[in-house]
Design a protein around this ligand. Structure first.
Ligand code: NAP
Length: 321
């Protein structure tokens, strides 16, 4: 209850900033808010978009403590290259932190054109070794983060009549990988939410787009959690080694993570209303693309069957009543 009311407080403050205005640093520049920019894809996306003249709010948690060095590095890069890139504090698991960050973005730029839900981590172990508390943490970072971020950003995008919600999901958001059960479950959940949002907000000129990377050797592999109940490993035989095999597969990837940042740029630059629901990048592409193509077809039939295809259609401002 308290956590929700904290977010409501920041949201109403945010909306009053939007209504009455404040100093705008971005009259023409598109404003992008990214979660999880301390390393990996997030950092590369922040740099890539800033170099393309977007106004980037590169958020990360613990900017003054654990991530201080990474935060200063990005700030120095911005200074050196005269980029409009600001590092802000944002822990995606904390309502108050999300509220404060969005309020800060709005106070400085008065809009959010693109929200990139990128922050995430993984538990890499047999499902049975993972405790309920661990499973909840996995969902808090990979799924409820998106609930929080979208709820904070959507009132702003609705007032603008435009916006792009972008999600860094995974091939694991479409396929079940032994040793990664809760990570897969959290990304499947994220994809279901992202797709539902797509249909629900399209008529207001807001896009919801999922990016599905294959394996890339980012620092994610060094931050993976193991199941806390290792006794449950008993009896699994060869299967007990599967999580390490999968991890090796990720670590040995030679794919360049910059591909993901480049794809994000391409998606943003695609005109609103013409973007696909899902983009798959990296190893294992064709299989996931087949699933996506079939799902698109069946989803379209479902929307027709319920008589909601027209309501779920993307509308530009001149197409709205
Ligand atoms: N690398 C791959 O093979 C791969 C493949 C498919 C999808 N993905 C997805 O891509 C996204 C980025 O991952 P990555 O590979 O770039 O790994 P990464 O370098 O570990 O980046 C993950 C980012 O999320 C942040 N994060 C974690 N918990 C957070 C929290 N509570 N609040 C705010 N930020 C938080 C991390 O911050 P800290 O440094 O503070 O922990 C880090 O900045 C993730 O969603 C991941 O699931 C990765």
């Amino acid at each position: 209850m308290f956590r929700l009311s904290v977010q409501s407080f920041f949201l109403s403050h945010t909306l009053s900033l939007l209504a009455f205005g404040s100093r705008s640093t971005s009259a023409l520049t598109q404003v992008v808010l990214i979660t999880g920019t301390s390393s990996g894809f997030g950092r590369l996306i922040a740099e890539t978009l800033a170099r393309k003249k977007f106004h980037v709010f590169a958020s990360m948690r613990d900017v003054d403590t654990r991530n201080a060095v990474r935060a200063r590095e990005l700030e120095q890069l911005a200074k050196r290259e005269s980029l409009i890139l600001e590092v802000i504090e944002l822990d995606v698991t904390q309502d108050a932190s999300v509220g404060q960050a969005v309020t800060e973005v709005l106070a400085k730029s008065r809009r959010i054109d693109v929200l990139i839900n990128n922050a995430g981590y993984g538990i890499m172990d047999l499902c049975e070794t993972v405790t309920v508390a661990q499973a909840q943490r996995q969902f808090d970072v990979n799924f409820f983060s998106v609930v929080r971020m979208n709820r904070a950003a959507l009132p702003i995008m609705k007032r603008q009549g435009s916006g792009l919600l972008l999600y860094v999901s995974s091939g694991a958001g479409r396929l079940a990988i032994p040793g990664m059960g809760f990570y897969c479950a959290s990304k499947f959940a994220m994809e279901a939410l992202a797709e539902t949002y797509r249909y629900e907000v399209a008529s207001q000129g807001i896009d919801s787009v999922i990016l599905e990377p294959g394996p890339y050797a980012t620092p994610i592999a060094d931050k993976l959690a193991k199941g806390e109940d290792q006794q449950r490993r008993a009896g699994y035989g060869e299967m007990a080694h599967v999580p390490w095999k999968v991890l090796e597969g990720i670590r040995s990837s030679r794919a360049n993570p910059q591909e993901i940042a480049d794809k994000v740029l391409q998606i943003i630059e695609t005109p609103a209303g013409q973007r696909q629901l899902r983009y798959r990048v990296g190893r294992g592409g064709p299989g996931v693309e087949r699933i996506n193509a079939l799902a698109d077809e069946v989803q379209a039939q479902l929307l027709e069957a319920y008589g909601i295809a027209a309501a779920a259609k993307f509308k530009l401002p001149n197409e709205r009543e």
